[in-house]
Design a protein around this ligand. Structure first.
Ligand code: NAD
Length: 257
């Protein structure tokens, strides 16, 4: 079943983790994928995996916090595949040394804003005109359970990251309201602890008590990148055609407590 047959997707950070899983899944479901990634080797690996499996993908060397690079990557994706239907702003993460408001270096605040919030803004800014041209489309922005919470027990404060992801939620709602008339949908996903390669390292450095706290909070267990990619696939596909302006928690029950 090709749930994205004929569609073209632009996905940021698709060299690793959740975005990589989404790129592989979207391509397997029939989409052509523009892989926008800072790490050239990782991005090219994702493209090789997709094309090796018979799919269509193109790599674009991109820092999502640089307007000219985002514009080129999005225009390049639309040009390579003839249209653009899906924008998945996924690149991001807590940029160290993020900490509490009074402890973090001032620059750490801006670094998180630049990648997580400004990067998402840029993807929407340069992507929306292509979706309008295509007669509509789906935007998926990456937020986090951290946007809903002042802290997660057992984790150090990451106030800049939380604030940036809160901004991503608000921006998503603004876009849903403003561009609904153009048949453009905008939704966000808020994952809990997902065992990406990077987070496997974090898990390995945790004490037994921290790990057991994590398992208690995650009632269905911690997630895999594929768990988030499946939610993104639904939001990217026409199956979610009446859904816009929402945040989908993929959170193992964490926010229910
Ligand atoms: N993993 C989790 O537990 C988790 C939880 C909640 C939210 N998220 C969010 O999901 C998204 C993906 O997280 P992940 O854990 O899969 O990440 P990851 O660290 O596994 O992969 C991130 C990818 O993005 C790329 N990247 C980093 N900065 C970039 C930039 N400026 N421009 C372009 N590419 C860049 C990296 O090279 C890497 O390939 C992030 O927005 C993160 O905040 C992750």
């Amino acid at each position: 079943m090709a749930r994205l047959k004929g569609k073209v997707a632009y996905i940021t950070g698709a060299g690793a983790g959740i975005a990589r899983a989404a790129a592989l899944l979207f391509a397997a479901e029939g989409a052509a994928v523009g892989v926008a990634e800072l790490d050239r080797a990782a991005g090219e690996r994702t493209v090789a995996e997709i094309t090796g499996a018979g799919g269509r993908a193109r790599f674009f060397a991109t820092d999502v916090s640089k307007p000219d690079q985002v514009e080129q990557a999005i225009n390049g994706t639309a040009q390579a595949f003839g249209r653009l239907d899906i924008i998945y702003n996924c690149a991001g993460g807590s940029a160290p040394p993020d900490d509490s408001v009074t402890r973090m270096p001032i620059d750490a605040f801006w670094r998180n804003m630049q990648i997580d919030l400004f990067g998402t803004f840029l993807g929407c800014r340069f992507g929306i005109p292509h979706l309008q041209k295509a007669g509509g489309g789906s935007i998926i922005n990456m937020t986090s359970v951290m946007a809903f919470m002042g802290e997660i027990a057992g984790f150090p404060p990451r106030h800049a990251y939380s604030a940036a992801k809160g901004g991503v939620m608000s921006l998503t709602k603004c876009i849903a309201v403003e561009y609904g008339k153009d048949k453009i949908r905008a939704n966000a996903i808020a994952p809990c602890f997902i065992e990406s390669e990077r987070n496997k390292g974090v898990l390995g450095r945790m004490s037994n008590s921290e790990r057991s706290l994590l398992q208690t909070q995650h009632r269905l267990g911690t997630g895999e990148p594929r768990d988030v990619a499946e939610a993104a696939l639904f939001l990217a596909s026409d199956e979610s055609r009446l859904i816009t302006g929402i945040v989908v928690p993929v959170d193992s029950g964490l926010l229910a407590a």
